[in-house]
Write a protein that binds this ligand. Structure first.
Ligand SMILES: NC(=O)c1ccc[n+]([C@@H]2O[C@H](COP(=O)([O-])OP(=O)(O)OC[C@H]3O[C@@H](n4cnc5c(N)ncnc54)[C@H](OP(=O)(O)O)[C@@H]3O)[C@@H](O)[C@H]2O)c1
Length: 340
């Protein structure tokens, strides 16, 4: 059994709540603190904020008080990273796992990368970003690649009706409900795919292949009628779905493709089929097809997003300082999760 690790949860939004539920009762993780962004969450019990019984840990917005707890790790799941907070955490020697878009380390630009890497080196801490996609689905593609003697192309498709994720802020930032002819739509969608762009170089490096360009293409589906999802309305004729691909190309040929079909509901044109999960295909000898399909009520994606970060905490705490990803980190698995 590994030594127990003290963890601070940073925000209790959709992913953060799933992370807390994954940590409470965990055999080696102890939740010792929690950061709240919303003033009305400060002072409230974290269990209560996450739909659980009280656990005796109160949320605070006092960054220094959380650092003073000397946790082994922060589980950082704010909607947008606060680099001042992250720098302070890392330079104080506290490791960070996160679902922010930082798989290769460049998801938020080079300045942020250098800032965080320097903070890691000053503090002797590590930062690891994961999630389901980007994050764990590409890891599974890499694991599958070990079966092949020759690979011509690797593709990963996320195909989801994401209405259950119910995140208006995120969906609008991605371009949902914009008119398809609005040039801002493709820009918004591509900007929200920075995460996929970030993971292409990681996949290329791990597969030992050189790419000379990261490309992007997108198609839109528009709503057939005004549709009220409860958390937001998509207007008739406006964007209700995306089919996008970020590709790692060489000499004009696409070698690695990270694709997504994101839909709000079904009433749209075109109405692409949704497979609810992740299809990983390796064209080669032999060709390999892997289907990752969360079962039950996990289609909202919060657990499958949070747990690849939570389950990495022991490895990240043992990792060398710096921004770590697949290189330098043992394969992340659900250690301690097999609990009859
Ligand atoms: N890799 C993947 O597979 C994947 C999938 C989905 C999401 N993500 C990423 O995971 C992270 C969390 O996503 P989520 O859907 O859980 O987000 P969310 O529920 O929208 O927000 C998470 C929390 O962020 C805090 N917050 C909101 N506005 C903020 C601001 N302006 N500054 C600082 N904090 C703010 C709030 O904390 P309080 O609750 O304390 O107010 C909120 O609950 C995001 O970075 C998202 O992009 C990754």
């Amino acid at each position: 059994m590994s030594r127990r690790l003290r963890v601070v949860q940073w925000t209790t939004g959709k992913t953060g709540r799933a992370a807390v539920r994954g940590m409470v009762g965990h055999p080696v993780l102890d939740l010792v603190g929690c950061y709240a962004h919303a003033p009305d969450k400060v002072g409230r019990d974290v269990g209560e904020l996450c739909g659980l019984d009280p656990i005796g840990v109160l949320a605070t917005d006092d960054v220094e008080a959380l650092v003073a707890l000397e946790p082994d790790c922060v589980s950082y799941m704010a909607y947008r990273p606060n680099f001042d907070h992250l720098e302070r955490i890392l330079e104080s020697g506290v490791n960070v796992v996160s679902t922010m878009y930082m798989m290769a380390g460049f998801g938020y630009g080079e300045e942020a990368t250098h800032r965080l890497r320097d903070a890691c080196l000053r503090g002797g801490s590590s930062l690891y970003a994961s999630g389901i996609y980007p994050g764990h689905a590409p890891n599974v593609a890499l694991a599958a690649s070990a079966m092949c003697s020759r690979i011509e192309r690797v593709s990963i498709l996320e195909s989801l009706d994401i209405a259950g994720y119910a995140n208006e802020q995120m969906f609008r930032a991605q371009g949902f409900d914009l008119p398809p002819e609005d040039p801002a739509a493709a820009v918004a969608c591509e900007a929200s795919c920075g995460s996929f762009k970030d993971q292409i170089p990681v996949l290329a490096r791990e597969l030992g292949v050189r790419i000379d360009r990261v490309g992007f293409r997108v198609e839109f589906a528009t709503a057939n009628e005004d549709t009220d999802f409860g958390f937001m309305t998509v207007r008739k004729g406006h964007i209700a779905g995306f089919k996008g691909t970020v590709s790692g190309d060489r000499d004009g040929r696409s070698l690695i493709e990270c694709s997504f079909v994101w839909k709000l509901g079904e009433d749209m044109t075109p109405n692409w089929p949704v497979t609810h999960g992740y299809i990983i295909e390796l064209d080669g000898d032999p060709g390999v097809r892997v289907r990752l399909e969360p079962q039950g009520d996990h289609l909202d994606g919060t657990v499958t997003t949070a747990l690849p970060a939570v389950n990495a905490i022991p490895q990240v705490c043992a990792a060398p300082p710096g921004i770590v990803n697949l290189t330098g980190l043992p394969f992340v698995r659900g250690a301690h999760q097999l609990r009859p």
